[in-house]
Design a protein around this ligand. Sequence first.
Ligand code: SF4
Ligand code: SF4
Length: 247
Amino acid sequence: MTKVYWTATSKNGKTGNIPGAWIGENKEECRQSCKESGCPLFRKEIAEKLGLLPCYAHVGRVNMAFSSVIKAAKLNPERYSLDSAFSKAARSARVGRFSVIGNAGILSMDEVKDIKKGFKRWNLGVLGYFYGWKKYSHLKKFLMASTASIRDADNAISQGFRPATVLPANFKDEVFETPNGNIGLQCLAITQKNINCNQCGLCVREWNPLKELKRLKAMGIVSKKVYKRIKNHPKAKSLIIGFVTHR
Ligand code: SF4
Ligand code: SF4
């Protein structure tokens, strides 16, 4: 069984104060999940070859925080269970992050089902991405598929995934279309001020992106023009979320 630690809160300004998952009993197991997925961000040299930034999670603050979680869980394992963490989450939390570190592809279908039930029990949406969509089709309806190009995003959509993707460094528009005629929106935390994932919710795979967009339009975060363009698009339900993270 795959070990997943759950924490109740987060100081990450982009995601907002939400609970989160840390995959792997220890650093080796966590890194193994990333390696097995074929994530291009795992190895610095591969990421750089593709013009991408290597994963920040295995170095710096996230990595240090993971060390603390592993250490503290040895003394008090119950504190890091899903129910314990979710019960202590901020009242404002609408979503939980799956995951802060590690690749969810390592989880079996039964483990995914259990986690889904946990999120449902606490009325939280599952916010997260995974690399390796060709390998982990059981996550199709559970998480957003991470892709390294819009062509790869097109391929993922043709297989029933909803993807997030990397956009060229000089990309400035809010909305984009792909060679296969799919539609995408640049991450709102990048294009708008004062919006985090907890408020946004567009990367919750199980939620209807059009419903979320309508709510965001009512809040004045998404313009009427952008909402209308996406709403009227035939592929709106598989809305891609784009990130400018190129070097
Ligand atoms: S799978 Fe996620 S955590 Fe692992 S290296 Fe890739 S981006 Fe980082
Ligand atoms: S689109 Fe929304 S949910 Fe997705 S990463 Fe950006 S702010 Fe977070």
